[in-house]
Design a protein around this ligand. Structure first.
Ligand SMILES: Nc1nc2c(ncn2[C@@H]2O[C@H](COP(=O)(O)OP(=O)(O)OP(=O)(O)O)[C@@H](O)[C@H]2O)c(=O)[nH]1
Ligand SMILES: [Mg+2]
Length: 449
């Protein structure tokens, strides 16, 4: 009995112990399950609070970044994307790195300098010395006719004749009037003063009263000035390369056409280079002359590099055994520096095509432009090594004096004069013939009448 009771007590103790233990484990499990709920609910609170300051920071950065890209900062900065824009910052750094090589363009100036790929060595020309004879013979009467306006009553010669011819006495007042006539006939102030000073000191008082002596002295002065060198062309090499330059409309292309006609007539083979690539009409104008004369015209595409076109013409002329290359260029104002620089480049490139080219650089001047012709001459002479002058449209001016002014100041020979639009109207310049035609008094009264 006692053991049975003892067993019962033990069983009761064990059961009690089990119940106790179970009752302790249950609250622990509840606590574990509730914890995540508490974390989840707390996190949104904290992130919501934290996000406000976080968003403000990127907004500022966005506002800084956007103006660099677009000038609309407000709407763009509201977007939550700014954090993604942060990585763009390195891109700006990259640009800085790229900007550094801007120093690299230094080598670039070396690259542009090369001229239109003239790599082959310059041609060595056959040397010779052939004066080009044209059918023009000394013909003072014909030349005087061409200078009709300058010989007329109100022209250069007519006005001089009025002052000098038939006078019994050339007094100081008349010398002043002579100076007025010379200056207003485009002789130029300096040249006019020199001429009159030399006449005054060269002639005795008695001779000054002899109109014949005064005319002779005047012609002597003109000859002295105009005999700056031979006129026409001398072919010293085959081909002889002639570059024509001058302001717009001075007569370059027409002179080339006339000259080509005369050269062809004297048995020379001519190549024309259409170096005026500026106007399509200029190439056509030269082509018309080429067809008329029967000579090759080398041209490039519209807007082609004039230096490259002339380079090619020289090579073609050389390989085909031509005697002369006449290179046309676009008219340009002597005051436009880039255009004058282009001419320098043309000239340098010609030298690369052929040794010594261009052999002649002729400045074509419109005689009717008066004193402006002097300014043109100076500027072109600064840019290029001019070898002579072609004075066109002498038939259209009453002021023949411009020839004297240019020759005296520039010390350049006049090579040709233009007295009309026909090929024959281009005459090789011969100083004494010209002086006789312009200032000869033989028919003074007739001419001045
Ligand atoms: N009366 C006369 N007219 C001439 C003479 N020489 C050229 N001309 C005329 O002058 C005008 C202009 O001549 P161009 O040869 O086209 O002149 P350019 O220098 O080539 O002109 P750009 O190519 O525009 O620079 C043309 O109408 C020619 O016929 C001349 O000696 N006397
Ligand atoms: Mg032209």
């Amino acid at each position: 009995m006692e053991t049975w009771i003892l067993l019962l007590i033990i069983a009761a103790v064990v059961i009690g112990a089990v119940i106790y233990l179970k009752s302790r484990k249950a609250p622990e499990q509840l606590e574990e399950g509730s914890k995540p709920k508490q974390i989840e609910s707390k996190k949104p609170e904290t992130t919501a609070a934290d996000k406000k300051p976080v968003r403000k920071e990127p907004d500022k950065k966005a506002a800084e970044a956007v103006p660099k890209e677009q000038p609309k900062p407000k709407t763009e900065s509201v977007k939550p994307a700014p954090e993604e824009k942060k990585p763009e910052a390195p891109v700006e750094k990259k640009e800085e790195v790229v900007a550094e090589p801007k120093a690299e363009p230094e080598p670039e100036p070396v690259a542009p300098t090369p001229e239109p790929s003239p790599e082959p060595p310059p041609l060595v020309a056959e040397k010779m010395a052939e004066p080009v004879e044209t059918k023009h013979t000394r013909d003072v009467a014909a030349l005087r006719k061409g200078l009709g306006k300058a010989r007329a009553k109100e022209g250069f010669f007519g006005r001089l004749a009025k002052l000098i011819t038939g006078r019994q006495e050339i007094d100081p007042a008349i010398v002043d009037e002579l100076q007025d006539v010379l200056v207003s006939s485009d002789v130029g102030v300096q040249t006019a003063e020199t001429i009159l000073e030399r006449i005054r000191t060269g002639l005795s008082k008695k001779e000054l009263n002899d109109s014949g002596a005064v005319w002779a002295a005047l012609r002597g002065e003109a000859s002295r000035i105009l005999n700056a060198g031979p006129g026409g062309l001398v072919l010293r090499t085959r081909p002889t390369v002639v570059l024509m330059v001058g302001v717009n409309g001075s007569g370059k292309t027409t002179t080339i056409g006339k000259l080509a006609t005369q050269l062809k007539a004297s048995g020379r083979k001519v190549v024309l280079a259409a170096g005026d690539t500026f106007r399509a009409a200029a190439v056509q104008q030269l082509e018309v002359w080429g067809k008329r004369v029967g000579c090759e015209v080398v041209k490039g595409k519209d807007g082609a590099d004039p230096a490259a076109v002339i380079f090619e013409a020289i090579q073609k002329a050389s390989s085909s055994g031509a005697d002369v290359v006449l290179a046309d260029t676009a008219g340009r104002l002597h005051t436009k520096v880039p255009l004058m620089d282009e001419l320098k480049k043309v000239s340098r490139t010609m030298a690369k095509a052929m040794e010594g080219a261009p052999h002649e650089v002729l400045l074509v001047i419109d005689a009717t432009t008066g004193q402006n012709a002097m300014a043109q001459s100076r500027q072109f002479a600064e840019a290029l090594q001019l070898t002579g002058i072609v004075l066109t449209k002498l038939d259209g001016t009453a002021k023949g004096g411009v020839v004297l002014g240019i020759c005296d100041e520039m010390k350049l020979p006049v090579r040709y004069i233009g007295l009309g639009e026909r090929p024959d109207d281009l005459r090789p310049f011969e100083a004494d013939e010209f002086v006789e035609a312009l200032l000869g008094e033989a028919q003074a009264e007739e001419d001045a009448a």
